[in-house]
Design a protein around this ligand. Sequence first.
Ligand code: XMP
Length: 312
Amino acid sequence: MLDPMKFIDEKVAWIKEEVGDRKAIAAVSGGVDSTTTAILAYLALGDRLTVVFLDDGLMREGEPEAVVELFNRRGINIKLYDVKSEFFRALKGLTDSEEKRKVFRETFYRVLGRVVRELGAECLLQGTIAADVVETRKGVKTQHNVLEQIGISPKERYGYKVVEPLVDLYKHEVRMVAKALGLPPEISERRPFPGPGLAVRIIGEVTPERVELVRKATKIVEEETKMIPCFQAFAVLLSDKATGITENGQRKYGEIIVIRMVNSVDALTAQAIDIPWDVLKRIRKRIFEELPSVVRVLYDITDKPPATIEFE
Ligand code: XMP
């Protein structure tokens, strides 16, 4: 059983040792893993740490503002970089799931490399956790933040050292550490969100328009399922289209949105939730009202395995 206070003391000392007298950055996404990592790094390094948020255009609505506010409130220096166009350029035209993941990873670390150099830092603190490594090693999918464990040297490839204090923990243990660090429940209990963001919830090409659609659908699903305890609840945009009819009886060829809601402890396995029909109907109503290009809403009843949690 993890002793969170002991873990914090040990990891703060370990980060000090790993970083030495260099400067470091911590890349945060608004999730519990990266936020916990950044706070541990701040305790270890103080002003030698800069927290960085890359606004890649693939985040949930309101995320950049919420993250900046969280760190500002704690008096921790955070810098936001608007790199949306760079990510959309890199992802343009790509439809293969693994290719998209690899291009996301390359863009992410290349941009971070620039930030690291600009800030005169030499180390990158990131919130990789055990499940990320296990799944990438097994070849389930290329998690964006797993490098050394699959033979990529960040120092050689991107020019900086990567430091990962949470790499032996699973999600529920990270939540214990987050709580012990005094992070609010909005963070410590936050539903996980993948590093490549909404890109892994879009089958086919990732364009600003398609991201905007899935972002709005995700917001609806998150709002309408707020009161239901679960590991993750989100929307996915399929690449196929389907036939529907408009109010005045015309044929309409439109988008298909899938709603996915799962329970899980460690993200290695997951169970589709028996979601109340009323909740589904509320989500469906809002999606049709607020997103007129959608003609069909489906609910995914698949567990992991055989599916994964995300679609890509
Ligand atoms: P899958 O889809 O592999 O997801 O069953 C397992 C858990 O990991 C999250 N996920 C990611 N997290 N980088 C991340 O930081 C990634 O590339 C990535 N891909 C999936 C997913 O949201 C779920 O919680």
